[in-house]
Design a protein around this ligand. Structure first.
Ligand code: SAM
Length: 257
C-alpha cells in the first residue's frame, strides 16, 4: 500500500514539474516588482552573497542578477527546475555569478552569517512564513536583508468560499499586520512591504499558462491526474479573479537586527 502511494505521489510530482517547467515563472511576480523590492535593500558589492530560495527555473533570479552585484545561489527542491535555471543563467550571460543548486529550504547549505541578502518569491509557504523567517535568520549577516513574497489577506474578514479554500491549502495565510509582527519577532526590522499589482498574477502568471495547459492536456490525453491538475489551476485562477480584493501576494522586506 505504501509503495503504491509512493508511486502515485511520485507520478503527481513529475506531472506538476512537467507542467510548471514549461513556464517562465512558477508563481506570481514580475521583473518590475523584483526591482522595486530590491530598492528597499542596501546596495551590494561584487563580493556580496545572495540566496534565492525556492528559485524554480529562475524567472525572478535573472531579473535580480540584472539589478544587483554579487554571487547569487538559486536553490530548489526540483532537479529539473535547477537544470533549466542553469541553462537560463547561461542564456542571460550571468552564469559566472548565478548558480542553481538542488536542495531544500529546511536544510540550507549555507554558513551562519554568510549571506547579505535572502530572496524568496512565492516559495516560503513550503516551509511556512514564520518558520522560514525564524530559521533563515541565522544565515544572514547582521544588517543583511530578507525579501519574500507571501500570500496575505487584505481585509480582516472575507467570503467563506475563499476563506475555506485557503484554510484547506495554506492555513498560515494571514493579514499584513500579523505577518509583519511575525517578521519583527523573528529578528528583523520590517523596512518595507507592498502588495503585488494584479498584472503579476494575470499577465505574468496566468496568461502564459493558457497555451501550456492546452499542450499539456493533449500530451496527457486520457490521464485523470493531468486533467485534475489543470482543473485545479483553472479553479485557482477563477477564485483569484472573483476574490482578488480580499487577498494577494505581498512583498515583505526586512533587515536583520
Ligand atoms: N520563485 C519561483 C517563482 O516565483 O517563479 C518559484 C515559485 S513556485 C510557486 C515554488 C517553488 O518552491 C517551486 O520551484 C518548488 O520546487 C520550490 N520548493 C518547494 N518545496 C521546496 C523546498 N523544500 N526547498 C526548496 N524549494 C522548494
Amino acid at each position: 500500500m505504501s509503495n503504491e502511494l509512493k508511486t502515485i505521489h511520485e507520478f503527481d510530482f513529475t506531472l506538476i514539474c512537467n507542467y510548471f517547467k514549461g513556464l517562465k515563472r512558477q508563481g506570481p511576480g514580475s521583473p518590475e516588482v523584483t526591482q522595486k523590492a530590491l530598492s528597499f535593500t542596501n546596495e551590494l558589492s561584487d563580493n556580496a552573497r545572495i540566496a534565492d530560495i525556492g528559485c524554480g527555473t529562475g524567472g525572478q533570479t535573472m531579473a535580480l542578477a540584472n539589478y544587483t552585484k554579487g554571487q547569487i545561489t538559486g536553490i530548489d527542491l526540483f532537479p529539473d527546475f535547477i537544470e533549466i535555471f542553469n541553462r537560463n543563467a547561461i542564456e542571460a550571460h550571468c552564469e559566472d555569478r548565478v548558480k542553481g543548486i538542488v536542495g531544500s529550504m529546511d536544510a540550507l547549505p549555507f554558513q551562519e552569517e554568510e549571506l547579505d541578502l535572502i530572496w524568496s518569491e512565492g516559495a516560503i509557504y513550503n516551509i511556512g512564513f514564520e518558520r522560514g523567517m525564524n530559521e533563515w535568520n541565522k544565515f544572514l549577516k547582521k544588517n543583511g536583508f530578507i525579501a519574500v513574497t507571501e500570500a496575505s489577506w487584505f481585509t480582516p474578514e472575507r467570503p467563506s468560499e475563499i476563506d475555506d479554500f485557503w484554510m484547506a491549502n495554506y492555513p498560515e495565510i494571514d493579514t499584513i499586520p500579523r505577518k509583519i509582527a511575525q517578521m519583527e519577532k523573528a529578528g528583523y526590522i520590517p523596512t518595507a512591504h507592498f502588495i503585488l499589482p494584479e498584472n503579476c498574477w494575470t499577465e505574468h502568471f496566468y496568461a502564459p499558462q493558457f497555451p501550456v495547459q492546452e499542450a499539456f492536456l493533449k500530451e496527457y490525453a486520457g490521464n485523470e491526474a493531468a486533467a485534475d491538475l489543470i482543473a485545479g489551476q483553472r479553479h485557482e485562477e477563477s477564485l483569484y479573479n472573483k476574490y482578488k480584493e480580499y487577498y494577494g501576494y505581498v512583498f515583505y522586506i526586512g533587515q536583520k537586527r
